[in-house]
Ligand binder design. Sequence first.
Ligand code: CMC
Length: 392
Amino acid sequence: TGYVTLDSGYKNTGATKSAITFLDGEEGILRYRGYPIEQLAEKSSFLEVAYLLIYGTLPTKAELDEFSLQITKHTLVHEDVRKIFDGFPSAAHPMGILSSLICSLTAFYPKSIDPDQSAEEINLNILRLMAKISTIAAWTYKNSQGHPLNYPRNDLDYTSNFLYMMFSFPTEKYEINPVVVSALNKLLILHADHEQNCSTSTVRLVGSANASLYGSVSAGINALWGPLHGGANQEVVEMLEAIQRDGGDTSKFIAKAKDKNDSFRLMGFGHRVYKNFDPRAKIIKKAADEVLSALGINDPLLKIAQELEQAALTDPYFVERKLYPNVDFYSGIIYKAIGIPTEMFTVMFALGRLPGWIAQWKEMRENKEPIGRPRQIYTGELERDYVSIENR
Ligand code: CMC
């Protein structure tokens, strides 16, 4: 009954009201709670931005200290989580491990599945999730290498602690480089929210059934893993490496991307909403230059990326379709420069996007939104009689 309009891929359907992130795709504007992304990326810290997204205001010094302290207090994960790692083959993609282990937190905190939790209990689960994801994320990498896992260090800030857990060895002291910390901080901020993208809509849709925060975020991680979404950052660097192996001729790959008989797309290009430029890509492009020169790295992939961008921006195919570099185009080059391995890129995106998922899940619950339940236009057989198997 009723009239159903079709909007495949939700290109034009607002599924919710939200007061978290403002995005204007024509003008290339992105603001978290009203604050321009450019200012936050320049001046803020990742935890400050997380607080802003989740609670709606920039924290006072005391609020930020308390938030950071609470997160630091929860970074340890249950020892039995280590045993789950033992069951994964070392070749497992870290995104699959991450989503499984985030969902496994429901087992360690059974109250988290109770839809009638108090606001305090929900907040405790938010703090746990913010804290434990960095430990679990770093452990997915250590596990893939067959290296000993590092326990979190409470004397370090969020970003430094993550880098320490990723790169420290019992046999070798890891020096925390402020250039690397600052680059990672910026990347995490730029990924922190992006209104109703695929993974965030997944988190809201799953959460709308009163599913737990951990279960909803685990579903979001799986959505983010897709190569058309967060998985694109890994694909970009793999594409640039393929171009390099092929002799560096970008025009060949541009031609492939334009060929409608070829499924290849220029990874890190195009966006559903941004039709002029992606403001995050602008900041990341500049940061890539700065970080590489501060670290004294001369990565030939950066040159290939710049050439590819230049060629695409002047090619009528890309111009007509308003295809510009997106957030994923240059981020991988920075991740690579700061030592993050390619298969961990999407995990880094998840780490950054977590406060956004949490904020959106919380907002949806607080606004008591109804269960999400899209309709369809049915195109199958109308009605037919069952035919017994010997007569088919
Ligand atoms: N390379 C070549 N052609 C492209 C590309 C690309 N990267 N992106 C879009 N097109 C073409 C597409 O073939 C279509 O052409 P035509 O009109 O002739 O059929 C036209 O541009 C419109 O594309 P669309 O697929 O209808 O656009 P969409 O809004 O459904 O998809 C997108 C957006 C981001 C999935 C797409 O641009 C894409 O696949 N980009 C590459 C993957 C990527 O970089 N993803 C990261 C997105 S940003 C961060 C994130 O979400 O995680």
